[in-house]
Design a protein around this ligand. Sequence first.
Ligand code: FNR
Length: 396
Amino acid sequence: MSVYQAGLHSAKPPFTFQPSFWEPLAKDVLSANAWGYLHGNAGAGTSYQNNPSAFKHFSMMPRRTCQSLLNPRGQETLPDVSVTVFGEKLPFPVAMAPIGVQKIFDLEGESGAARGGASVGIPYILSTASSASIEEVSSAMDEVSPTARRWYQLYWPSRQHDDITISLLGRAKRAGYTVLFVTLDTYMLGWRPSDMDNGYNPFLHPDRIGVEIGLTDPAFRAHFKNEHGYGIEETNQQHHHHHTGTSSDKNKGGLGPAAREWAKIIFPGHPHTWDDIKFLKQHWDGPIVLKGIQDVEDAGKAKECGVQGIVFSNHGGRQMDGGLSSLATLPGIVRAVGDEMEIFFDSGIRCGADIIKALALGAKCVLVGRPYAYGLALGGGTVSRTFCGPCAETCS
Ligand code: FNR
């Protein structure tokens, strides 16, 4: 708002107000690897491309001189866009989508992004595939506002690793995260040609980008030691010959073996069953939201399971090619379960009008994804405009 007002007095803003420009600008400052990961999507990209096109199929019809639309608080001239989610009032119907390994976009990574959200009252959803720990991000948010809302996204380990799931949920609870988002569409990573062309998987480079990616978790550390006969610290030098990679494997040594093990656990390769949701309810005492629902029957099943919400999402087109846009099928879902659950929406939100359309079609709140990561790449505190990413050595 202050930037907007300064603009009325001819001051140039420190960023462009045209969100469609953020994407090409971010491409310019990111390494090819980081850009490929952030912008990339599944297969030939049809699910990805369908997301923005769907917004064009809906247009808004404004109403005029509507007394009932005036802000009831009298003097204020700005409309009240707040929304109540799980009994808490948010200033905007917006939260920050979980996005993994954000240190490849900016050295401050998740902490920088979460601080930005906290400073304007926007909840931050921390990914299980983060490059900063659960506790670290929470402390960063506390610096801005101890009451800032923090939510946790779970990539759900297979049931044989329940101890790790319980550990992650316990840590999130203790660190002040209040809502659990369980992502159901990523039990394995999508077929992403841009990452494959780059020969790049950010989850396997923890030491190059200085990330933690859950390697601090005590249950995971115990599992690793049990499995390999040595601890994660020891992987650094002495034991890299133990892991099974070939000699051409770029990830050998360092934290590579631990990162590979972690990726195997959080992307276990097979889906959970609806019955497994009971286990999560036993170990999380706040609201649970299932992320990645698209089908009406699945939304009905989510409701039967007694979870409090869903994120209607196609994962930004990153998981499955040849799918529908996320927006197209939103109205049907809202008709089916909208009265009983909180409906979040994501995939393709690029500007304010998109948010209004998603809300008009029945979503309660939207998650913004790639656009804030573009912003992090462009405006993040510690990275120069010409940076080649913290993994500079390996960038092409
Ligand atoms: C994601 N998304 C995601 N979702 C999730 O549940 N856990 C995660 O770790 C990630 N990681 C991730 C990384 C990157 C680089 C992107 C772009 C996305 C999906 C995310 O939460 C959201 O569903 C999409 O970003 C929505 O699509 P748009 O609007 O960003 O295109």
